[in-house]
Design a protein around this ligand. Structure first.
Ligand SMILES: C[S@@+](CC[C@H](N)C(=O)[O-])C[C@H]1O[C@@H](n2cnc3c(N)ncnc32)[C@H](O)[C@@H]1O
Length: 259
């Protein structure tokens, strides 16, 4: 899956939401210490900056150098590239050693990982007791019933361009394996449902659609997933280019400690 997020790295920065500050407060309230956090699959740092409000140091890593090249700087966040070839021991050394990390966050990314491999690494790195792994994602934006039914119809065309692992996100992480002990913020089979409210212009929504890995994969194969007519149809249902809409990203979270 390396490379899925390279092509749209700049659009990604402009199009993707950050997460509500309360999410970081509720996670920070559950870890015993606040020295070191690791944000994995950080992209442009969409979650890393929020985590840095509560932890002295945040190591933010990504498999994509292109995504990291657009990362948002922060004095407490250290961005590092972690190529797929890196061994588990190299990762442990890079992040700071076993039993050292208070909070690991994976925002809208864990469904792309090799899960058994990642969970084994996370268990080595997390402080025991008291360290927490939190994974979350969003799978849809609710605009209005009319808009969403057009969007649903257009979305059908994109299905064959998604990597198979997207099924975890489409299912709201209900089927995501998560072998960690619950801390009251979702558990395996029953993620915590969360909303992310945002104000958006249609242009922002369009950038969001174009920042998906399916859109980039289709483009590579010479397929444009949104024709000019389809964009016009969506824009008119939105209420025009200047209409600011309050939309809701439907999100879900699982958090836990080492069993
Ligand atoms: C959908 S983006 C999410 C970025 C950011 N965390 C956010 O919340 O918007 C997924 C990110 O995971 C990264 N990624 C995918 N597989 C990875 C892996 N095995 N290790 C580290 N990062 C990975 C991608 O390069 C991409 O930047």
């Amino acid at each position: 899956m390396a490379g899925l997020f390279d092509k749209q790295a700049e659009t990604y920065l402009q199009a993707r939401p950050t997460y509500p500050s309360e999410w970081y407060s509720m996670l920070a309230a559950r870890t015993s210490h606040h020295s070191l956090a690791w944000d994995v699959g950080t992209g442009n740092g969409q979650a890393a900056l929020g985590v840095a409000e509560h932890y002295e140091e945040v190591i933010a890593t990504d498999i994509s150098e292109a995504q990291l090249s657009f990362a948002m700087p922060h004095p407490q966040v250290r961005y590092m590239h972690t190529p797929q070839s890196m061994s588990e021991d190299e990762m442990v050394a890079l992040i700071g050693g076993e039993n050292r990390v208070d909070l690991i966050t994976v925002a809208t990314a864990v469904h792309w990982f090799d899960l058994p491999k990642f969970y084994k690494l996370a268990k080595r790195l997390l402080c025991k007791p008291g360290g927490i792994l939190a994974v979350w994602a969003y799978n849809d934006i609710i605009v209005s019933p009319e808009f969403n039914s057009i969007r649903k119809r257009l979305r059908e065309k994109s299905l064959r361009f998604w990597h198979a692992n997207i099924k975890y996100a489409f299912d709201g992480y209900r089927n995501l394996p998560f072998p960690f002990e619950s801390v009251g913020l979702g558990h395996e089979g029953e993620p915590l449902q969360l909303d992310i409210p945002k104000e958006l212009l249609f242009e922002g929504y369009l950038k969001f659609l174009k920042s998906s890995s399916a859109f980039a994969s289709a483009k590579e194969q010479g397929v444009d997933l949104l024709s000019e007519e389809e964009i016009k149809e969506l824009e008119s249902s939105w209420g025009g280019p200047n209409k600011v809409r309050t939309v809701t990203y439907k999100a879900f979270m699982l958090a836990g400690t080492v069993i």
